[in-house]
Design a protein around this ligand. Structure first.
Ligand code: DOR
Ligand code: ZN
Ligand code: ZN
Length: 447
């Protein structure tokens, strides 16, 4: 018997532990993980030279843009950035132009991604105008719905509790999770009005508006409403100690909630805004050092379900507007997430198993991405080869993303993704994208 590919001489992170072995791939899936002598013949063999092999990252929060926002990013540039960063599956966000909020608009996005993406892509949809359309959107393949509580994106009236309750109830029947951007609109608006009345247009004013309190209120409100149903709520980019505590308390009482944290909220604090200014402006913003510490504590204890880049590319001009209220919030994160976190592993601040759990296993479980997220026989061969000996500086001018800036520019990191395989195919080799557009697959909800 001859298989498609054998990768041998690797240090493989399997669910059962680390094994020094090889991995045989056939028809895109992992057929066998075994010592060299027990591996089948293959038409192609590759020596991994003792480097480590991790499950490809599953990033549950990526703004791939394209369509009328293609000037910021498109499916090819965004997924190339993913591949360069060892991310083999991105879950796209719906705040596009047009907004992804119907079976038709989702189908349109899938059609574009199909011919352009080089890693696998799954999709969030915003809620539709009519709740009746929810099943059709799920049938079209959305793996989750996205709810912004900071502003209306999609059809649901976010300030109408009954409407929100009906939405949760309908979604819970489909068993699809709801990812929530938790910032309370009314709280944001009230403080913003005050700031603008006094002529404030600085970053400090932005932080006052996008406060931990706004996050906490939105989390509490969501939990209160979601409790009446069995809907799974996935809290996006939890950033404050108070917000985190509220989510973990809900989790402890047995509610079906999960949460994600971003590398920027784990590695930067509001102090960094002095140096990086609006380049580092995101929503939710960078927080106080106590908040950062609380996130790390939870992460180290395995309480953060998922790490998400919240890759949110904009043009440099959009990032550098005169008034903070005109600045576009968001940081491109796909190409820095893995090296930044591997550096923390190298420093002994983070256990590799916690990193792997939050970047592949848990996201696959939450969004029901079947046979993905682990290096095990029968699973898809989505994997990244990492060279832990490579120490280098992050250089945003080399990003594959169209957004060529980063608050992490110039940071020294250790651990470089050198090869990325998606569905058994080599996509990235030493920073270069070696696959054709369309090599990635569209992954649909299977329930
Ligand atoms: O910083 C952010 N950027 N937060 C959001 O909620 C949206 C995102 C974007 O799309 O740029
Ligand atoms: Zn968000
Ligand atoms: Zn986002």
């Amino acid at each position: 018997m001859s298989v498609d590919l054998v990768l041998h001489n690797a240090k493989i992170y399997t669910p059962k532990g680390i094994v020094h072995a090889g991995l045989a791939v056939d028809e895109g899936k992992i057929l066998k993980i075994a010592k060299k002598t027990n591996l089948p013949h293959a038409s192609k063999r590759l020596d991994i030279k003792g480097k480590i092999m991790l499950p490809g990252l599953i990033d549950p929060h990526v703004h791939l843009r394209d369509q009328q926002l293609a000037y910021k990013e498109d499916f090819l540039s965004g997924t190339s950035a993913a591949a360069a960063g060892g991310v083999t599956l991105t879950i796209d966000m719906p705040n596009n132009k047009p907004v992804t909020m119907s079976a038709k608009s989702l189908k349109e996005r899938m059609k574009l991604a199909e011919t352009r993406a080089v890693v696998n892509v799954a999709f969030h949809s915003a809620f539709p105008e009519s709740l009746e359309e929810i099943p059709q959107i799920v049938k079209q393949g959305a793996v989750a719905f996205k709810l912004y509580l900071s502003q209306k994106v999609g059809g649901t009236e976010i300030e109408d509790d009954d409407a929100l309750s009906r939405t949760f109830s309908k979604t819970s029947k489909m068993k699809v999770p709801v990812s929530v951007h938790a910032e309370h609109k009314k709280t944001l608006e009230a403080v913003k009005k005050k700031m603008q009345q006094t002529g404030r247009r600085d970053i400090e004013a932005y932080l006052r508006v996008h406060s931990p309190d706004a996050e906490l209120k939105a989390i509490q409100h969501t939990i209160r409403l979601a409790k009446k149903t069995s809907v799974h709520i996935h809290f996006c980019h939890v950033s404050s100690a108070e917000g985190l505590k509220a989510v973990l308390t809900a989790k402890n009482t047995g509610l079906p909630v999960s949460l994600e944290a971003t590398p920027h909220n784990l590695l930067l604090s509001s102090k960094h805004l002095k140096r990086y200014k609006t380049i580092a402006l995101t929503d939710p913003p960078l927080r106080a050092e106590e908040d950062v510490e609380a996130l790390w504590n939870a992460f180290r204890h395995g309480l953060i379900d998922a790490l998400a880049s919240d890759h949110a590319p904009h043009t440099v001009e959009e990032k550098e507007a005169e008034s903070v209220w005109d600045v576009r919030a968001g940081i491109p994160g796909l190409e820095t997430m893995l090296p930044l976190l591997l550096t923390q592993v190298d420093k002994g601040k983070l256990a590799m198993r916690n990193l792997i759990r939050a970047t592949s296993k848990r996201p696959a479980e939450i969004f029901r991405l079947r046979d993905r997220g682990s290096l095990a026989e029968g699973y898809w061969a989505d994997l990244v080869v990492v060279d832990m000996k490579r120490e280098y500086r992050i250089d945003s001018s080399k990003f594959h993303s169209k957004a060529k800036y980063s608050p992490f520019d110039g940071w020294r990191v250790r651990g470089k993704p050198t090869k990325t395989f998606v569905n058994g195919q080599l996509i990235m080799d030493d920073e270069e994208i070696v696959a054709n557009p369309g090599a990635g697959q569209i992954l649909r909800w299977k329930g």
